[in-house]
Design a protein around this ligand. Structure first.
Ligand SMILES: Nc1ncnc2c1ncn2[C@@H]1O[C@H](COP(=O)(O)OP(=O)(O)O)[C@@H](O)[C@H]1O
Ligand SMILES: [Mg+2]
Length: 277
């Protein structure tokens, strides 16, 4: 049995793709901070790229942690903010290659914190990101959006642009607190803006198999969400902060670490579930 109480599946190595695009767009959302959204975006993106998928990661948090974690500059460069405001029309001007072949990023910085105020009077303000991403979708197989810890207009834009949502949940006290509100927000977006959006999965992060507490939290999560919980669980390890400081995914910083293998497995599981080509 795996940690989620189901038999362990050996997700197969995905076959190479014949061609590329259009991208499936996945938003990584949880209005709680520090649950592993950014870490998951970085490492899942790097893992899909290792499997030959073309990946674009969108930094959609003014903290810019995704950009920093991928070693990409955020100052005096075009960012997602410029694309949202239309001061830059062509996303290619903001796209940066990372050190991981096949993984590109559109950076963000603190400017993005002004976006909600600036966009509030725009026509169709919820669909601005969707319209930006439409221009690059054909060049990628998957686009991952690293959301900020809030359910405001930026996150609604991310949900409106997405085909699927991946919710990272930290295996800690109160992990489930707030998830009902997140699900409600997803349902509202589905009802009013994006009928096709679906929940791609819930990813348990920072799991510590040695503590009863971690195991109990995971049990509760599975009780609540059943098969929506991915079989793959991410363990707690200091390798993640170490890799962030080095500005690289764990899959290249410590390629043989169990945590690197876990994220590759998440990538294979999502491909096996049909969330990504
Ligand atoms: N599985 C893990 N084990 C240990 N530390 C982790 C793990 N995942 C993320 N972290 C660390 O926890 C902090 C918050 O993670 P992050 O991905 O930035 O969360 P979020 O984007 O949801 O705010 C970061 O310092 C990160 O390096
Ligand atoms: Mg983050």
């Amino acid at each position: 049995m795996g940690p989620t109480g189901r038999p362990i599946t050996n997700f197969p190595e995905p076959p190479p793709l014949d061609g590329h695009g259009p991208a499936r767009i996945i938003s990584l959302c949880n209005q709680k901070g520090g649950v592993g959204k950014t870490t998951t975006t970085i490492n899942l993106g790097a893992s899909f790229a290792e499997y030959g998928r073309r990946v674009l990661a969108i930094d959609f948090d003014p903290q810019g942690a995704l950009s920093a974690g991928l070693g990409v500059p955020t100052h005096d460069v075009p960012t997602i903010y410029d694309l949202l405001l239309g001061t830059i029309k062509n996303p290619a001007e903001a796209i940066v290659h990372t050190n991981v072949p096949g993984l590109d990023v559109i950076p963000a910085n603190i400017d993005l914190s002004a976006a909600e105020v600036h966009l509030v009077n725009e026509v169709a303000r919820e669909t601005i990101l969707a319209r930006v991403l439409r221009k690059v979708s054909d060049d990628y197989d998957v686009i991952l959006i690293d959301c900020q810890p809030s359910l405001g207009l930026l996150t609604v834009n991310a949900l409106t642009a997405a085909h699927g949502v991946l919710i990272p949940l930290e295996c800690e006290f109160f992990a489930l607190r707030g998830v009902a509100l997140l699900v409600e927000t997803i349902e509202k977006v589905q009802d009013r803006l994006n009928p096709a959006i679906k929940l791609d999965g819930i990813l348990a992060t920072m799991f510590d198999a040695r503590t009863l507490h971690s195991r109990e939290v995971l049990e509760r999560v599975v009780e609540n969400f059943g098969d929506d919980v991915l079989e793959t669980v991410i363990g707690r390890t200091v390798k993640f902060p170490d890799a962030s400081v080095a500005g690289s995914p764990i899959t290249t910083f410590a390629p043989d670490h169990s945590a690197a293998h876990s994220y590759r497995q998440v990538a294979r599981e999502l491909i096996a579930r049909g969330a990504v080509a």
